[in-house]
Write a protein that binds this ligand. Structure first.
Ligand code: NI
Length: 133
């Protein structure tokens, strides 16, 4: 696709944050960073619709801290209609990795993901989705 150029005015601290983002993500320049951020935003907007998508929620947690296992289980029962399968891996004595495969309306999956990732004690969580129809 042909490229279009445009000028951007930013507050100094925002520009510094953008430059940090470029460095942290090994991007070649600011254009690449802006492209990435816009695309990310577009994808997330699509997630907020009723399109049928499929993907996975990945969460990592320490099962000794808080009550993550029980809470995750409760939430998953609330969303049983969109959950295809859940895999639980005991990574070490403390760490658990859970992969929840999902298919359903994007907004419902986003809701499920937000609830799971929002559980107190989750070390890392991410939702990956792709169009399923
Ligand atoms: Ni475990």
């Amino acid at each position: 696709m042909p490229l279009a150029r445009f000028g951007v005015s930013l507050e100094k601290d925002l520009l510094e944050a953008l430059d940090e983002f470029v460095i942290e993500n090994n991007m070649p320049n600011r254009s690449q960073a802006i492209r990435h951020l816009v695309e990310k935003n577009l994808v997330e907007k699509k997630w907020n619709c009723n399109q049928i998508v499929a993907g996975a929620v990945v969460i990592l947690y320490d099962h000794h801290k808080g009550d993550v296992t029980t809470k995750s289980n409760d939430i998953q029962h609330e969303y049983f209609d969109v959950i295809l399968s859940t895999m639980h891996f005991h990574l070490s004595h403390d760490s658990c990795l859970e992969i929840v495969a999902v298919k359903g309306q994007a907004n419902r999956l986003t809701e499920l993901s937000d609830k799971l990732i929002g559980i107190k004690g989750i070390i890392h969580g991410k939702l990956v989705m792709s169009r399923a129809e």
